[in-house]
Write a protein that binds this ligand. Structure first.
Ligand SMILES: CC(C)(COP(=O)(O)OP(=O)(O)OC[C@H]1O[C@@H](n2cnc3c(N)ncnc32)[C@H](O)[C@@H]1OP(=O)(O)O)[C@@H](O)C(=O)NCCC(=O)NCCS
Length: 174
């Protein structure tokens, strides 16, 4: 089954929420409390993705990578004051290391540029291993740890910033 990259549709809400919850149950176990991770997490993510894909309140894009009916990854950015604020970039664990993350990031950055973004940021949980290497690989500047609010929980994050979004698009193409 070939990999397809495309804009997400309302019909993708369930698949995105499910994969997102599966990944965050592992990666955010130390950040969200155990009770929240069990059930409310998936319900909160369904609401979150419904908002992004249905009643969009602010400009932005969601892109997905699929093989047939299987969702392999997704990425989201909001457009705020000319900046593409990328707040999710996730690839199914078994499918990592095959260029899917790079393709999703590149497609998202291109779409955001068409929508008027001049610069870009990517928010990543602060403790993630390999973050400096990832930032360097894509030509971005890694910022300090800041507390952000995600699904009603405080989360330490760092941002990778690109003053010129075309730099990110070019890095994704290489
Ligand atoms: C980060 C993530 C999206 C990368 O997806 P992927 O499909 O494995 O990435 P790719 O195969 O497209 O790799 C693209 C480049 O990023 C680098 N890279 C990928 N994951 C990395 C990591 N965790 N740390 C450092 N560099 C990484 C690769 O070495 C590769 O470089 P190359 O093109 O020079 O070989 C994926 O590992 C993931 O979902 N991680 C959990 C969520 C997360 O951390 N999201 C925030 C983004 S940093």
């Amino acid at each position: 089954m070939p990999l397809e990259l495309r804009t997400a549709r309302v019909g993708d809400v369930a698949r995105i929420s499910q994969l997102h919850a599966d990944l965050w149950r592992v990666s955010h176990a130390g950040i969200f409390d155990a009770d929240f991770i069990e059930d409310p997490l998936e319900a909160a993510l369904i609401l979150h993705w419904q908002e992004q894909l249905r009643g969009r309140k602010r400009p932005g894009q969601v892109v997905v990578a699929v093989t047939g009916h299987q969702l392999e990854g997704f990425a989201h950015a909001a457009l705020v004051s000319g900046i593409a604020q990328i707040d999710h970039l996730e690839v199914r664990e078994k499918m990592r290391g095959r260029g899917i993350g790079r393709s999703l990031l590149g497609l998202l950055a291109q779409r955001m540029r068409q929508d008027g973004a001049r610069a870009a940021t990517l928010a990543v949980p602060a403790g993630r291993e390999g973050l400096p290497r990832f930032a360097k690989r894509f030509g971005g500047i890694l910022g300090p740890v800041v507390q952000r609010e995600r699904l009603g929980h405080a989360m330490p994050e760092r941002s990778i910033a690109w003053a010129d979004i075309t730099r990110l698009i070019a890095a994704c193409a290489n």
